[in-house]
Design a protein around this ligand. Structure first.
Ligand code: NAP
Length: 286
């Protein structure tokens, strides 16, 4: 990669950011596509967000990803939001359009693409149990509703937050039955037996943390389990799903797919299939 006076800058802001796999996969794709861009990590603390976005404007950065803890906080710093980002209430991709910084969210479409590619799962007409109601949960819910899910049941630790999300999205998606309850409620045990897909959108599983009282032996034999967490590679939830013999996948495919969508937003070009994935798999020694 040769950096010249014409090279355009892409990047990622977050805190911490040094463990991000995005620079590896984005630079691999940019190089393969022969595009004169470079993608760099920007460690930005919460209190530095406003100044960092001002810096992005002043430096003419072409676009950047946004990760924890800035996905919601960045919104007031931007000029406009794409409809999906406005609905989800979180931004993971920003593109410079003229003088404006425009916020997008590619987590939802990345999730759907990974469901299709990694599990062969089509949400149309399906019943889904969604664990979590944070930013990733909102992105998953929006994309599942758009993809025609018949029913999405939200189970969140903070039941009120889940119920608020269900109520909010019911008004947008009348074709999907949306309900919510607490993560520990008996409804989880009732519903887990009927669903086609169980999705973890919480951070449970990182550091080998586990869900208490979630009995995967109750799942239908043809059900699938998707865990957005990918570190560790096999979370306790996925280990148990594999033990029960149901199809399952971790969130690495979503990471790759959301990154491919971001790159397409910035450059207008579709990254060649498999480049980001193979770079990440190599980095993780898979
Ligand atoms: P967030 O907005 O902070 O939401 C966190 C969610 O996790 C909330 O629903 C929270 O419940 C729940 N939670 C946290 N600790 C919990 C615990 N001990 N027990 C039960 N529930 C717990 O975070 P986010 O942005 O949605 O991200 C959530 C996870 O998704 C992270 O692990 C992130 O890395 C992952 N993710 C992966 C990808 C990918 O590409 N694979 C993309 C986006 C996010 P309360 O509402 O009760 O607090």
């Amino acid at each position: 990669m040769t950096i010249s006076g014409k090279t355009r800058i892409l990047g990622i802001i977050g805190w911490p950011v040094e463990h991000s796999l995005s620079p590896l996969m984005q630079n691999a794709a940019l190089e393969e596509m022969g595009l004169d861009y470079v993608y760099v990590p920007f460690p930005v603390r919460e209190e530095g967000l406003g100044a960092a976005i001002g810096g992005m404007r002043a430096l003419g950065v072409a676009g950047f990803n946004v990760t924890i803890p800035h996905k919601t906080a960045v919104i007031p710093c931007l000029d406009r939001l794409a409809p999906e980002a406005a609905l989800i209430g979180a931004v993971n991709t920003v593109k410079r359009e003229g003088d404006d910084l425009v916020g997008y969210n590619t987590d939802g479409v990345g999730f759907l693409n990974s469901l299709r590619d990694d599990l062969g799962f089509d949400p149309a007409g399906a019943r889904i149990l969604l664990l979590g109601a944070g930013g990733a949960g909102r992105a998953a819910l929006a994309s599942l509703c758009r993809a025609g899910a018949a029913q999405v049941l939200i189970a969140n630790r903070n039941a009120e937050r889940g119920e608020g999300l269900a109520e909010e999205f019911r008004s947008f998606f009348s074709g999907t039955q949306i309900a919510a309850f607490g993560l520990g409620s008996p409804s989880v045990t009732d519903e887990i037996q009927k669903v086609d897909l169980l999705v973890n959108t919480t951070s449970v599983g990182m550091g080998d943390t586990v869900f208490e009282g979630l009995d995967l032996s109750l799942l239908k034999p043809d059900a699938s389990v998707y865990d957005m967490v990918y570190a560790p590679w096999e979370t306790p939830l996925l280990k148990e799903a594999r033990r029960q013999g149901v199809r399952c996948a971790n969130g690495i495919g979503m990471l790759v797919a959301q990154g491919e969508c971001s790159l397409e937003i910035w450059t207008g070009k579709v990254p060649p299939s498999g480049v980001m994935k193979s770079r990440i798999w190599a980095a993780l020694g898979r």
